[in-house]
Design a protein around this ligand. Sequence first.
Ligand code: NAP
Length: 429
Amino acid sequence: MTLLRSTAQLFSSRSFLLLFLGVSTIAVAFNNLNPSKANILAARNQLLVCGRTRSTMRWGASSSSSSSSKTVGGDPQEQEPLDVGRLEQLKQREAELVRALNAVRRDKRAFLRQRPLSIGIIGFGRFGQFMARTFVKQHHRVVATSRSDYADIARGMGVIHIDGMDLPKFLQQNLDVIVLSVSIMSFQETIQKLASSLQEASQSGLVPLPLVVDVLSVKEHPRNIMLTCLPQDVDILCSHPMFGPDSAQHGWNGLNFVYERTRIDGIVWDQEPSKLGGGKELSTHEQSTCNGTATTEQKDRLGQKKYLESHTEGTDRLERFLSIWEEEGCRMVPLSCVEHDTYAANSQFITHLMGRILGKQGLSPTPIDTKGFESVLKLVQTTTADSFDLFYGLYKYNPNSMDTVNNLKIAMDDVVLNLKKVEEAESSS
Ligand code: NAP
């Protein structure tokens, strides 16, 4: 009887908990002669849970005896017991994952460095030069050609310059990628010239066909022109870095890079069938001047899924090009060209429109500028720093831009009308 009572006391007292702590710790030590920190933590948590279970049992007993004193908000003693140590475990796991991710990123960077790209830029104006600086910084070989002579600037940047937009000579540079950075207005003419040079190069079989990328600020227009004009075995990436020399003067980190893997290995991205020319059909002249195969291709839209399944040289080259932007910290946004233009009309175009309208007012800084007005001046400055060609291109080749202009006029009239109504009501009262 005495033995039974002492055993019961032992199991109900704190000494049981201490005994269990000791036995478990020894068990861990024997189990693994070199226990990891995780094992020790696990054992400690087990013990803490055990200790808590016993305390909870005590809380349970006392709360049932004082149930009449419960508050509406709930008795703190009845809340779920804290899982002490769990947070520490999670933090440790988090740190392990960060270390693993950093290691993968280091491997990726080293892998990319092993095979830098040879990148050709057509159109070495403001934006072409802006991109080239980063391409060179990332150890890619850059070759530029443009209508104007940029030989000195190119040399200063470590870029090879091909004079006078000599495309056959440009193509002999063994380019992996060609980036078109000409104005929206001159895009079609430039692509037509490039297409015939590529066709010749392709027929000669001497030059491997490069990936062709556009960076225009509208997307359906270049997409349709490239699909129509470029030889069918040329891969196409439509892209729009949503920043420029002004907005990204301190780096590209966190800035949006929109892209559509338009055609890889002859497979065309399955975006909603759209009218040619971004809602504006290509004229018969435009179609006949291209060596187009758009009709066949449009029938042959096999979709993104099939593209993702094909791991080819073309895919690798495209991923390497996208990595340039990823490595700079861009926010990568895969988006169809149609969707891009819908969003851009009410974001980018309206920004340029407002900047130009406000610029027309001849605004200038005053001695009492508010932060709001400083933003207005900045908007005027950044939007008018871009060429008028760019602004006109945004208007002409985004099918949604006229709606934006009309909505802005309606909104302006509406706001002024409201002001007048209030004024009239005030004066008649
Ligand atoms: P832009 O005025 O849109 O384009 C200037 C470029 O187009 C220059 O390289 C110019 O060559 C070339 N060009 C103009 N007319 C030409 C013609 N008839 N034939 C051949 N080339 C011609 O200014 P940009 O800012 O440099 O923009 C270039 C492209 O990048 C545009 O498509 C724009 O939409 C896109 N983009 C610009 C920004 C930005 O912030 N600026 C951002 C994202 C995307 P020359 O200099 O040799 O005359």
